[in-house]
Ligand binder design. Structure first.
Ligand code: NAD
Length: 437
């Protein structure tokens, strides 16, 4: 199949490279000329494990190309995927669809023979109808169908998720579109792949419902963690104890500083707005958002409490800045409100992240960036584990203690065991477990 991928970000580049690896012929298009130039030089504009080899191999094999001009690839394509951003609209939290609609108009102008236009971006229910209308208005005689195929990959494990998905959701009532998309995903499995065919509107809603459910699960265990701290219980055991129940499942029950990233916050916000637009308030999702927002701010207070309630003139060292490990993505990372809160309370902040420091510098220009965990800990009154990068899971505690001014650790990811930390002479504060001084 010939595929044009419009938008070459986290989703577009991974999807494009994986489709090429399945044997399809793929051209990835992006408006950002710097991104395309970098890809032509063989550089990968994002950090995603394994992506550099995958892209290089498929470029060498002649199945993957890059351009800033969609005219030729769209004209040749069996399927045109829209994988542009759908950020929160400034001010009201609705999904900003301007990039999707702009892409649809450009695609309309370039369509030749029959092609399926597929929204891979996360878009509110009814967006497929609007994309169809836009293209139809611009090109009344064009032969095309519009389908929804939301993406469920996770940054940091994106290639594996794309190649071995739990399910692929295809929303369309058009028989030709169904065939093309079935053919595109066929190489994924020798037998019938985990394909769920449904209507376009249902597919659009599945994506938001999935993200909102996961965000709810995280927020639920975070509230249980707060309660566990108060009543002297251990949230790790609570998570295990409920997760062993198959009806609940063990995933997404890791208590932490609140969810962030490029998807959960914006998608839960957008879903709340979709509900309101259709006179169906989604109270659970609204509560999840409010609880999570408060939690992110509360993390700075937690650090302050670990230092006796006074941060003025203190130095706080942060390990990890990205919203999760194995990505350089800083969008809505919990580290951002944490840093702001710490600085508002008068702290000096030092930080180290294995992949996210270039992106972090734009968001957080006022902190001191360090070379590694030990350099970061140097002279610190408290060390905070913000992201559970593998680099921070087996730190040399003796060296760390020597580097710090005071041996205080606030572990927002429960990477360490409280007993081990107190044996090593640290005052240790974690999430949903008793404090050890
Ligand atoms: P991104 O910001 O990394 O990439 C979007 C790219 O689209 C940018 O490079 C931008 O320059 C380009 N673009 C915008 N308008 C364009 C146009 N008209 N023509 C060509 N290129 C254009 O975004 P992302 O993280 O890849 O997310 C894309 C979509 O996928 C969003 O709707 C997001 O919600 C969804 N999604 C993201 C993830 C994830 O983990 N990042 C997972 C599942 C779904």
């Amino acid at each position: 199949m010939r595929i044009a991928m419009i938008g070459t970000g986290y989703v577009g580049l991974v999807s494009g490279a994986c489709f090429a690896d399945f044997g399809h012929s793929v051209v990835c298009v992006d408006k950002d000329a710097n991104k395309i130039a970098a890809l032509h030089r063989g550089e990968i504009p994002i950090y995603e494990p394994g992506l550099d080899e995958l892209v290089a191999a498929n470029v060498r094999a002649g199945r993957l190309g890059f351009t800033t001009d969609l005219t030729a690839p769209v004209g040749d394509a069996d399927a045109v995927f829209i994988a542009v951003g759908t950020p929160s609209r400034r001010g009201d939290g609705h999904a900003d669809l301007s990039y999707v609609y702009a892409a649809a108009r450009e695609i309309a102008a370039a369509l030749k023979d029959f092609a399926v236009v597929v929204t891979k971006s996360t878009v509110p229910v009814g967006t497929g109808d609007e994309v169809e209308r836009l293209i139809r208005d611009a090109r009344p005689t064009a032969d095309f169908a519009v389908a929804s195929n939301p993406e469920f990959l996770r940054e940091g494990a994106a290639i594996r998720d794309f190649k071995f998905p739990d399910r692929i959701v295809i929303g369309t009532s058009d028989e030709r579109a169904r065939k093309v998309l079935g053919e595109i995903y066929r190489p994924l499995s020798l037998n019938q792949g985990p394909l769920l065919y449904t209507t376009r509107r249902t597919a659009e809603l599945i994506k938001y419902a999935a993200n909102a459910f996961l965000a709810t699960k995280i927020t639920f265990i975070n509230e249980m963690a707060d309660l566990a701290e108060r009543v002297g219980a251990d949230v790790q055991d609570v998570a295990r104890g409920i997760g062993m129940d198959n009806r609940i499942g063990p995933k997404f029950l890791h208590a932490g500083p609140g969810f962030g990233g490029s998807c959960f916050p914006k998608d839960t916000r957008a879903l709340v707005k979709i509900g309101l637009d259709h006179e169906t308030p989604l109270r659970i999702v609204e509560a999840v958002l409010a609880v999570n927002d408060n939690r992110k701010r509360a993390m700075a207070r937690k650090v302050s409490q670990a230092l006796g309630g006074q941060l003025r003139g203190k130095t706080v060292a942060l390990l990890g800045l990205t919203f999760k490990p194995d990505t350089d993505d800083m969008r809505e990372a919990p580290s951002i409100p944490l840093v702001t809160g710490l600085m508002d309370m008068g702290a000096r902040v030092r930080a180290f992240d294995p992949a996210g420091m270039t992106q972090a510098r734009d968001e957080l220009p006022e902190i001191t960036y360090c070379e590694d965990a030990y350099h970061c800990a140097h002279g610190a009154d408290a060390l905070v584990i913000v992201t559970e990068w593998v680099h921070f899971r087996a730190l040399d505690l003796v060296r760390l203690k020597q580097a710090m001014k005071q041996p205080v650790i606030v572990d927002l990811r429960n990477v360490y065991r409280p007993e081990q930390m107190s044996e090593s002479g640290f005052a240790y504060f974690s999430i949903g477990r008793a404090h050890h001084r």
